[in-house]
Design a protein around this ligand. Structure first.
Ligand SMILES: C=C(O[C@@H]1C=C(C(=O)O)C=C[C@H]1O)C(=O)O
Length: 363
């Protein structure tokens, strides 16, 4: 008669089984990583394959010798699949061109001597929401240049909620914006909304803006990725940080490394501000990527009284610059009346921000 085995003895057998299981799990993970790599090479954006998982679960069910129920076996393997998928995706992320894991040092843009990102002092991008007239653009550019602003903004193509709202001056606006910026030794940034316009916008603008509503327009992202102009990429209204960074990846993957990320507030349940400024996204984007990150305080707040505190907060968390709308007469502006600053308002903004503008961002 054999003696019943002691608990200690049985536990040491379990310990050995654990070691074997761990070895097998690690072997499995190594194979999963290879599959993940192959998927990335094939350009498959989605690593999750529910059909493949389902097939494995069916086979395991058929083979299950017990004593665990099928439901238990399935839930254990589902955990393994989940961990495997996470592994595949994190390996994949390590290879993202936007990632600090790929490029440790900050990307510093130098656009005709205007430096953005890294150790450069924070920059201001300012100008009206829409380009409306010669007088409006000349007055604004002259005023802002006098304040030391190096980058003039102004929309020639406007993504308006209503198709009947003012849609922008189009090519005439581009010509005007470019000319006025140059006359005041400024750079000109303007939004491009359509792949068909990238070429003409790039002809007149120094920086191409992809707006929040187009952050998921992958054809446009690829097209600006092929343009030889830096790109200002706004975060989408409801985009996660990950989606925003993937949008930037589209641009870099086409060979254009000059991307400035712009947080502009996201849609939340809050009604007292137009959007909710997500400062953690700024800090995270700085941490996860090597790209310059700026904050559009105008669209984040949607109201003038918050522009100064939000801009200060943005710089405090490491933003490389601020984007703000300024108009000679906001009350008569063709868009965004509630949120653009007039010149007196900008004087106050400039004064309030001055102490934070000299030091490099991110300290
Ligand atoms: C490893 C793969 O990727 C994922 C992980 C799976 C797994 O761990 O078995 C199965 C399907 C995918 O969701 C694969 O597609 O085979």
């Amino acid at each position: 008669m054999t003696q019943p085995r002691t608990i200690e003895d049985l536990r040491s057998e379990i310990d050995q089984i654990n070691r074997d299981l761990l070895k097998l799990l690690s072997q499995r993970a190594a194979v999963v990583a290879q599959i993940g790599h192959a998927k990335t090479q094939e350009g498959r954006p989605n690593h999750y394959d529910p059909a493949r998982e389902e097939q494995q679960l069916r086979e395991l069910e058929a083979l299950n010798p017990g004593p665990f129920t099928n439901a238990t076996v399935k839930s254990i393997f589902k955990e393994i699949f989940k961990a495997s998928l996470a592994l595949e995706e994190s390996n994949d992320k390590k290879q993202l061109l936007v990632s600090r894991k790929v490029k440790k040092e900050d990307t510093v843009l130098d656009i005709d001597g205007v430096r953005i990102g890294g150790d450069a002092p924070p920059i201001i991008i300012a100008g009206p929401c829409s380009i409306e007239s010669e007088e409006q653009m000349e007055q604004t550019a002259e005023y802002l240049a006098g304040k030391g602003v190096k980058i003039l903004r102004g929309g020639a193509y406007k993504p308006r909620t209503s198709p009947y709202g003012f849609q922008g001056m189009g090519v005439d606006g581009l010509i005007l914006g470019g000319r006025v910026a140059r006359a005041n030794k400024m750079l000109f940034v303007t939004e491009v909304m359509d792949t068909r316009d990238v070429e003409v916008v790039a002809e007149y603008a120094d920086i191409l803006q992809v707006g929040a509503r187009n952050m998921h327009n992958f054809a446009l992202l690829r097209e600006v990725g092929r343009a030889r102009r830096p790109v200002l990429l706004k975060r989408g209204l409801s985009a996660t940080i990950e989606e925003w960074l993937y949008a930037a990846e589209y641009i870099l993957s086409e060979g254009n490394n000059e991307v400035i990320l712009c947080e502009r507030g996201i849609r939340t349940f809050e009604k007292w501000t137009r959007n909710t400024l997500d400062l953690s996204a700024v800090a995270l984007a700085k941490q996860e990527t090597h790209l310059p990150v700026i904050v559009d305080v105008t669209h984040a707040a949607g109201r003038r009284d918050l522009l100064i505190p939000l801009a200060k907060a943005a710089l405090a968390v490491g933003a490389d610059g601020i984007h703000i709308e300024v108009h000679p007469s906001p009350a008569t502006a063709l868009s965004d009346n509630e949120q653009q600053l007039d010149f007196a308002g900008y004087d106050k903004f400039d004064e309030a921000l001055k102490p934070m503008m000299k030091v490099p961002a991110g300290v």
